[in-house]
Design a protein. Sequence first.
Length: 167
Amino acid sequence: MLARAHEPDVIVLDVLLPGKGGIALIPDLLDVSPRSRVLMLSSSSEPGTVEKALEAGATGYSVKRATDTELVSAVQTVAEGTSYVHPELGASLALAGRARAGPLSKRELDVLRLIALGHTNAEIAKELYISTRTTEMHRASIMRKLRLDTRAQLVNYALANGLIGPT
């Protein structure tokens, strides 16, 4: 995809490339073009494959059977610098992460649901009758347990696991 001079390029890369494969190619591509973002495209929905691609530096991962609209959305999301995992893969990836990290407590699920609905830490604290600091501690615990880095990833997790409905 061609981008304007100030925007990074998005490279759509197949996992199953001849030779060393698409995942192994990611660090090489990012060395040559550090501002580029990589969206992996694959028929594989194995959580381990998705995790390897993201750990190698991919910004997103989608399935080949995604609709045209889903692919355009994936490219736009990755171009903005936000991580993207196709919703079909999000649940299995999150469940695999949860199995390693341990389950969320009921209170953490309450906090996660409110985060995903767009509430601020102060709003969550008021809603749940806890301090803002306690809300921040719950958010940090959730992110650690689920191995997520951003609020956007928390929203994707909540959507994929039925904690909130699509808007």
